[in-house]
Design a protein around this ligand. Structure first.
Ligand code: UT7
Length: 310
């Protein structure tokens, strides 16, 4: 029996900040941002909406989509680097908001790879028959740790949340293979002091190398060929990084999820947000083979090969 996604949902704040808005705030241009990153606009949460609020909105949709009740959730894992406060965890706040009384709850700190870490953790509990339903949320309010005077980082990020209920799925569906990794020696390239500090070029090089590599590795582990991939969902950080991974996987353009232009880099939320986008567009169907890959601060990375469907 495999663990798979049995319900999914997302939340994006309403406020849109375009590249042209940023031109009025700092020394940058729509042209530079679009050509270097692929980003055209991003969503920014208002002051009254914190990380746990966005997590709650996405989680409610995932629970409804799964056709379960909050009381049935055994474990809540929230992947975030922007918790409301250091503790209690966002997962505990979410447990209260949802009324998921029997669920254990903790946050996962793995930056942009956090949702991959969360899914793989959920898989262990489900396939060991310890828990049936695990709620995994990727959520960030990066705007609150963004230095709006630093054009090197401020143009890249956005806020949002994606949530999935993981549970047992039928047949050969679900998570077929995974790879998680970390390289603490690269931690100095992307971290939070008061605000996000990043050596963009170093992160770029790491991402290009690691994303392609991890995708190939998960396919190999599952005994699958590149040609069998139906849909590719990379972490939405930069279109140039995504493109290099896509070419390594030899997946045609129309089979790669691309939401970075609308939402920017939403860190741990980007993969589940993109997944919902593609489902709503009818691009992901039952039994499709999906490869997902994330990378980020830590440095961390994670990839999953998943056969879609309950
Ligand atoms: O989820 C993981 C999080 N991080 C990432 O994924 C980031 C990975 N890195 C990247 O995406 C890219 O490295 C960036 C988009 C951050 C930067 O692109 P780049 O092609 O590596 O540009 P660069 O850092 O080499 O900078 C080129 C120039 C510099 O000017 P000089 O020194 O050549 O005169 C920068 O000062 O572009 C300048 N620049 C900007 N200009 C206009 C940097 N940011 C901006 C900006 N607007 N926002």
């Amino acid at each position: 029996m495999n663990a798979g996604i049995v319900g999914i949902g997302r939340f994006l704040p309403e406020k849109v900040v375009t590249n042209f808005d940023l031109e009025n705030m700092m020394d940058t241009s729509d042209e530079w941002i679009r050509t270097r990153t692929g980003i055209e606009e991003r969503r920014i949460a208002d002051d009254d909406t914190d990380t746990s609020d966005m997590a709650f909105e996405a989680a409610k949709k995932a629970i409804q989509d799964a056709g379960i009740t909050a009381e049935e959730i055994d474990l809540i894992l929230v992947a975030t680097v922007t918790p409301d406060q250091p503790f209690p965890s966002v997962a505990c706040m979410l447990q209260e908001k949802l009324g998921a009384a029997k669920a254990a709850a903790m946050d996962i700190s793995a930056a942009c790879a956090g949702f991959m870490y969360g899914m793989v953790t959920a898989k262990q509990f489900i396939e060991a028959n310890v828990y049936k339903y695990v709620l995994v949320v990727g959520v960030e309010k990066l705007s609150k740790i963004t230095d709006w005077s630093d054009r090197n980082t401020a143009v890249l990020f956005g806020d949002g949340a994606g949530a999935a209920i993981l549970g047992p799925v039928s047949g050969n569906r679900g998570i077929l293979s995974f790879e998680l990794g970390a390289d603490g020696t690269g931690g100095k390239h992307l971290y939070q002091d008061e605000y996000i500090i990043m050596n963009g070029r170093e992160v770029f090089k790491f991402a290009v190398r690691q994303m392609g590599e991890s995708c190939i590795n998960v396919l190999e582990k599952a005994g699958l060929a590149k040609e069998e991939v139906d849909f590719f969902i990379p972490h939405q950080a930069n279109i140039r990084i995504m493109e290099s991974a896509r070419q390594r996987l030899e997946v045609p353009e129309e089979k790669m999820s691309k939401t970075v232009q609308k939402y920017g880099n939403t860190s741990a939320a980007s993969i589940p947000i993109s997944m919902v986008e593609e489902l709503e567009a009818g691009k992901i169907k039952d039994d499709d083979l999906i490869v997902m890959v994330g990378f980020g601060g830590g440095l961390t990375w994670g990839a999953i090969a998943l056969r879609w469907g309950k």
